[in-house]
Design a protein around this ligand. Structure first.
Ligand code: 5GP
Length: 129
């Protein structure tokens, strides 16, 4: 069965998409630690980050770097944090989290955003890509 992220990438489940290219896809996390929390995902469905072949792994880092730069331009923050967990969704992904304090790197720190806020974030981040 396809992962929830494969369904998002294929358009079977909606998301707030930031960007995609041939191999990678970025979208806003639906339950963000902070405003602008974004997931960068390889389109190829592989569970664990360190099981990606080198080209795909390096490509994901390069793609994430571009998205992080746009996030940092868009969201008032001290820096962009990056983490990899994967305990919930077994499809490799990088979390990019605009940070002002350490607590935002913990997955107990959550913010709730309206549909309009998600949509505005997408527009503003895309304008800085
Ligand atoms: P992890 O697998 O790294 O532990 O966490 C998966 C992340 O994916 C969580 O931060 C969760 O909020 C996010 N997530 C899970 N399901 C969906 C979904 O259907 N849409 C979006 N946009 N994010 C999701």
């Amino acid at each position: 069965m396809s992962s929830i992220f494969t369904k998002i990438i294929n358009g079977e489940i909606p998301c707030y998409k930031i960007a995609e290219d041939e191999n990678f896809f970025a979208f806003l996390d639906i339950n963000p630690n902070a405003k602008g929390h974004t997931l960068c995902v390889p389109k190829k469905e592989i569970d664990k980050l360190f099981d990606l072949e080198d080209d795909l792994y390096i490509g994901l880092m390069q793609f994430s770097k571009k998205i992080a730069a746009a996030l940092e331009k868009t969201i008032p923050c001290d820096r962009i944090g990056m983490t990899v967990i994967g305990l919930e969704v077994p499809h490799a992904h990088v979390h990019l989290i605009p940070l002002n304090e350490m607590g935002e790197m913990t997955f107990r720190h959550k913010v709730s955003l309206t549909k309009e806020e998600f949509e505005t974030l997408v527009k503003n981040i895309q304008a800085n890509l």
